[in-house]
Design a protein around this ligand. Structure first.
Ligand SMILES: NC(=O)c1ccc[n+]([C@@H]2O[C@H](COP(=O)([O-])OP(=O)(O)OC[C@H]3O[C@@H](n4cnc5c(N)ncnc54)[C@H](O)[C@@H]3O)[C@@H](O)[C@H]2O)c1
Length: 314
């Protein structure tokens, strides 16, 4: 986005969405943020963004949204995003992650051809399922292991079909596991750090051997902007990370930062069903556009743990 553009962002009060909104405002773009303010939304950041004359907020559910304001780009972050919740009750995931996307695509399709924004769907590495060795490329088959991943994979199919059948212009971006500041405390790093800081052991799924690649939200939103600015239309782009860690390594690092002995730092709990062993993305397609990962996990995690934002924890 080289000139000032009007960007509709959905889920812009969520963890990654708010990093993206901030980046757009910093670049001088106009942002219309549509968020239904679920438990995962950050209300405080809305007040911060509202200081900008380029920012508008609309409280709405993407499943029932019936009007799309004029815009150049439509970036859909809105989702139910926590795998544990999907295992307990998948219905909301089907609604927001699948039917919500279908509704957004329809709103775009109904616009006059020359007034249609490009649709950017924020997908996930989880759509590929796990991989023991090597990395998944964009053309690999989708083999989701849990209901969350299944709804995200299904949404990707919708996006591609609305492109082919109705001529909606799109990109799908598949980032790997994100970390960063102000993440809702249901996720591994803030949840574990908060428990350890309160003198409680963090809870580790299984033996902690599951491997994730960790990507800072700032790197993710730069990757999304790279796709918007330089990516080819109707293409999928992975955003990967070279920072692979097993869950037990992450917990050990948090304990080390907080100077807590390992035996007091975490306890093993029963395994999450459908747990993927390892995710890994081949993101050479995005790197060819000039993007690269800037943030180093072992450095960034220090401030995230030490200055943990607990304002939304209770
Ligand atoms: N967090 C990660 O590690 C990660 C990794 C890869 C991909 N993703 C994808 O990135 C996107 C953002 O993830 P996140 O971690 O920021 O999520 P999040 O759960 O922190 O935030 C989701 C936001 O969407 C809003 N929302 C939920 N349902 C809505 C609806 N029906 N209508 C309007 N708003 C709604 C919530 O209020 C919240 O503000 C998601 O699509 C997710 O699948 C996340």
């Amino acid at each position: 986005m080289s000139r000032a553009e009007i960007v509709v962002v959905t889920g812009g009060l969520g963890f990654i969405g708010k990093h993206f909104v901030r980046q757009c405002l910093d670049k001088g773009h106009f942002v219309k943020n549509i968020d239904r303010i679920s438990y995962a939304a950050d209300r405080l950041v809305n007040a911060e963004f509202s200081q900008s004359s380029n920012y508008r907020f609309h409280e709405a559910n993407i499943c029932t949204l019936d009007f799309l304001p004029e815009c150049d780009i439509f970036v859909n972050f809105a989702a139910e995003s926590h795998v544990d919740n999907a295992i307990t009750n998948a219905r909301k995931f089907c609604e927001t992650n699948f039917l919500g996307v279908q509704n957004c695509l329809e709103l775009i399709r109904r616009k006059h051809e020359h007034e249609r924004p490009r649709f950017i769907q924020i997908s996930t590495d989880e759509v590929y399922g796990d991989i023991r060795d090597g990395s998944h490329a964009e053309a690999d088959p989708l083999v989701p292991s849990n209901p969350y991943a299944a709804t995200k994979a299904a949404a990707d199919m919708l996006v591609k079909s609305w492109g082919r059948t109705f001529g909606v212009s799109w990109n799908i971006v598949r980032p790997t596991n994100n970390y960063g500041t102000h993440q809702y405390p249901e996720k591994l790093i803030p949840k574990s750090a908060w428990r350890m800081k309160r003198g409680l052991p963090a809870i580790m799924h299984g033996d902690g051997s599951y491997i994730r690649s960790w990507l800072h939200a700032d790197d993710t939103v730069r990757g999304i902007s790279t796709v918007i600015e330089k990516g080819r239309r109707n293409q999928i782009y992975n955003i990967g990370s070279t920072e692979e860690r097993s869950n037990i390594q992450v917990l050990r690092r948090i304990a080390q930062i907080l100077s807590i002995e390992e035996r007091a730092a975490f306890v093993a709990a029963s395994d999450r069903s459908g747990q993927d062993i390892r995710y890994s993305l081949d993101d050479s397609k995005l790197r060819a556009l000039g993007w690269s990962q800037m943030k180093k996990f072992d450095e960034e995690i220090i401030e995230i743990v030490e200055k943990l934002d607990t304002s939304r924890f209770v």
